[in-house]
Design a protein around this ligand. Structure first.
Ligand SMILES: [Zn+2]
Length: 419
């Protein structure tokens, strides 16, 4: 078996691993680099050169591409694959990726795919592959046990042990065979070790405290794709006897995933859907009127939100400033920011929202925990699995693995390794 990290050996994002054995070759993840700029960069220019070469030689040179989860840094290049290369991913992940492609400006869809299920072995050429559902901030995330010719490797994908599905990580080591190599993400290895102080349930407690402590409206900014977090906020709001207001975009995401898990959705009592003007215009322009209409029956007017403000927790994003200015009294309000703080440096509109709310005297609270594993959870996992070789991936500090783990094998992008 031979491993090649085409990208991701020294960075978070843009993951792409090639595994070949016998006469078969697969890619695991095919993502966009994290610094990809949708306004200036072309997607086709982001393909790792080594993969482009392979595909140019022969468009059937790759027998399949596994996508671990619906984050762009893991699937963003899938649309660039020739139709002759089959894609494999979770069904909910596929639905989510394609629903998102409709609404977002980047329009990155994933072509037709075959769907695997957790713990169910399937075959691609000479490879036997078993997907394992993982605890991560993206819904329907997997790691893969891949075996061929008597060799066994595990690709972790992105994962953590402090989310709402933390049990998954605890029981995983007992389910795996002895591993020749473990390819493990280390997003928080290095300078970001402090980003996962609390678990998702501790975060819920902290949210409850902040909500109880607020007399006006509580606004929360988070990703509508972070389903664990939406559940956390909904539960906290419910415990405080407050209604949870989501926008129709979030309502549509939750509707998409309704069949896969018992998740809060717009039909539930205690949840109502708001219609921010900018977002509604964008959807109309894109011909997505059907989505707007679908959630109207669960809608709530801005004037009503303002009347009920002391009984409401509402998701807000930068595009809502117009509506907040026009309809809302933000006296005694709190804004909970519940995403990676690094986004403030990247997003002008997020900074605008922050200064608008701060300018209005709104109390600011940062309540977030990372979607990636804490160092101590990585250490426990590696100790239990005890792989013959540990290959860092999805980390800006791969060399720091050597301080925490044994049998580390550092690779650079494009370098092959025979197992
Ligand atoms: Zn991820």
């Amino acid at each position: 078996m031979k491993l090649t990290l085409h990208r991701g050996a020294q960075e978070v994002g843009g993951s792409c691993v090639e595994i070949s054995s016998g006469g078969s070759r697969i890619l695991v993840d095919f993502g966009l680099p994290l610094d990809f700029d949708f306004t200036t960069d072309k997607i086709e220019s982001c393909l790792p050169e080594t993969v482009s070469k392979l595909l140019k030689q022969d468009d059937k040179s790759i027998d399949g591409v596994l996508l671990s989860h619906p984050h762009l840094d893991h699937y963003g290049l899938a649309s660039q694959l020739p139709a002759s290369v089959p894609i494999y991913c979770g069904k909910a992940a596929w639905d989510l990726m394609n629903a998102t492609a409709q609404f977002t400006r980047n329009k990155i869809a994933v072509p037709q795919a075959k769907h695997f299920k957790s713990y169910q072995l399937f075959q691609i050429g000479d490879f036997a592959i078993t997907p394992y559902l993982m605890d991560h901030s993206a819904f329907d995330s997997y790691g893969f046990h891949i075996s061929s010719g008597g060799k066994n490797i595990f690709y972790s994908g992105d994962f953590r042990g402090h989310g709402r599905k933390s049990k998954l990580l605890k029981r995983l080591p007992d389910m795996l065979p002895p591993l020749d190599a473990l390819l493990m993400e280390g997003t928080l290895v290095g300078h970001r070790v402090n980003e996962a102080h609390s678990s998702e349930s501790e975060l819920e407690e902290a949210c409850v405290k902040v909500i109880e402590d607020t007399q006006g409206i509580v606004m929360v900014t988070t990703s509508s794709q972070n389903i664990d977090r939406l559940v956390t906020i909904f539960k906290a709001a419910k415990r405080c006897g407050r209604m949870f207001i989501i926008d129709f975009y979030t309502a549509e995401i939750l509707e998409t995933l309704k069949g896969y898990a018992r998740l809060p959705n717009a039909e539930w009592p205690g949840i109502r859907v708001c219609y921010p003007q900018h977002l509604a215009r964008h959807f109309e322009k894109e011909g997505l009127d059907a989505i707007l209409e679908r959630h109207r029956k669960n809608g709530i007017r801005w004037t009503r939100i303002n009347e009920l403000k002391s009984k409401i927790v509402m998701l807000v994003r930068p595009g809502f400033i117009w509506d907040l200015k026009r309809f809302m009294d933000l006296g005694k309000a709190t804004w909970i920011y519940s995403m990676w703080p690094g986004y403030f440096e990247r997003s002008d509109s997020l900074r605008r929202l922050k200064s608008f709310l701060e300018g209005g005297g709104v109390r600011y609270e940062y309540l977030h925990t990372s979607g990636h594993a804490r160092l101590e959870d990585l250490e426990t996992f590696v100790q239990k699995v005890s792989p013959k070789m540990l290959v860092p991936i999805h980390s800006f500090y791969p060399s720091q693995y050597q301080e925490h783990f044994e049998n580390v094998r550092l690779l650079i992008d494009g370098e092959g390794l025979d197992l």
